[in-house]
Design a protein around this ligand. Sequence first.
Ligand code: BDP
Length: 598
Amino acid sequence: MLKPQITATREKLNLDGIWSFALESTDVPKPWTGALPGKLDAPVPASYNDLFADSKIRDHVGWVWYQRTARVPRGWAGERILLRLDSATHEGAVYVNDTPVASHEGGYLPFEADITDVVSAGEEFRLTVGVNNMLTASTIPPGTVKTLSDGRKQQSYMHDFYNFAGLHRSVWLYSVPATHVDDVTVITRLDGTTGLVDYNVSLTGDAEVKVSLVDEAGTTVATGEGASGTLEVTDAHLWQPGAAYLYSLKVEAVSDDALVDEYRVNVGIRTVEVKGNQFLINGEPFYFTGFGKHEDIAVIGKGHNDAYLVHDFQLIDWIGANSFRTSHYPYAEEVMDYADRHGIVIIDETSAVGLNSKISGGIADFASMMSGGAEGEEGFGEAMATAHKREIRELIARDKNHPSVVMWSIANEPDTMAEISEAYFEEMFAYARTLDSTRPYTFVNVMMAPPNVCKASKFADVLCLNRYYGWYLMGGDLASAEQGLEAELRAWEQMYGKPMIMTEYGADTVAGYHSIWDQPWTEEYQTNMLEMYHRVFDRIESFAGEQVWNFADFQTSSGFFRVDGNKKGVFTRDRKPKAVAHSLRSRWTAIRDNKDNA
Ligand code: BDP
């Protein structure tokens, strides 16, 4: 799905800012299109949960209403007029005046509506957006909603991050010409030092397609005609981890020699390949260093924020890291664009997290211990498969052209111990591979599914493992943890011979808590534990990367096993380094410098 753009033929208007806000109630039922009663306002983009000093809002389960007026610029007469929501977490319903124009399930991906027939250039309209935060057996991620004896609804879920909701990303009004570029797909290859750029353009309406590839200096380096083709770039400047280079593909739809539509796509020429036990970028072995992250900040929750975007990437650079995983859902498109421009490598993950009732926040069998059974049954049934495929499809449609994305992760820690998961993941991997055959696929394996147990690892190109030796297992005993970790990694290596990445390893740590002993929760313990992991990684040949859990502390649902959220951050929630940050910095900058000097 193409992003709104301003070009010679397109315009866009950002609708962020303060919107009116209300909870769905008997006074404001769904659907609601009239003016919202009350005086509550909510900013867009932001989660609504932490804004108000009102637990009824924070704990609300169900729909909320956002509303504002907008005016279609008068110059847009004769154009198609579209509304685009970069996300509505987890379900959105959009009304223009009294007309429903769009609905969408899945909280971390964009959707849009063509509203040309219900608005007029120069005129104002009322825009109402319903947002539903409910997670059920048929949503991704899944959850359960209970109605308590006093009538309150209560949400529970298996994943270890707070169920922030709202309009987390920008809302746009934009125009396209009647005949326009609908989609562009770009695939890059290398033939020696020549870059090959395969492009495919789909159009709505009839027109000729012309493309040109422009380098960073503004020089056109290749041109083509027709809706698909291959552009050749001699001595291509490659997109490299840590050294991004972006060409711009200008796509023009032309009719009778007149320009009808123009769209631009950034192109990073690079290749990705898994060969034996290595992960290759541009034919060179690549070793991932970095983090699993979250979109999570104080007050704003999961709302996208440009200042944190820039600051987080600065810290990634400062610490010497080269990559992160979009754990556990697709991140804002601004993040993907920024990674493209700054050469940060991304493992792009769907929102399929918590498909596992045997785990909660890393603690095995917590759910069954607490409820005496598998509540929120993972099921792996038809409803889940349909929602999961939609998440895979829409993620790839959105992110397929980003050079920073080098691998798709189709799920985090699903219950791959279950027999039924084998057929389920065979189907998910096969489906995903029909959508993009240029990138490797993975899913992230849970500690309870070691090599002889896991039913899905055989379908993955790369083994991504989350391990908590020294924390949930052998906590406080790093000597035993080191042996346990090494034995398991060797078993994986022997059984599969695929590249392995540790996509999570970490220790909850309270900044400022110290001990000379191996005392969990101290800054020393976090440092010692991670250093132990690194010793082991360096002894395993098939190791292709390490991503610490987590970049920063983050908010989780309340419960007695988390104190103000998950504290496994290398940085605090407000981005102050814990002691371990310095240890990681010396390891990762050394890895980066070695690579630069190689
Ligand atoms: C893993 C999950 C991650 C949790 C982490 C933890 O993938 O979302 O936050 O454990 O327990 O199970 O810290």
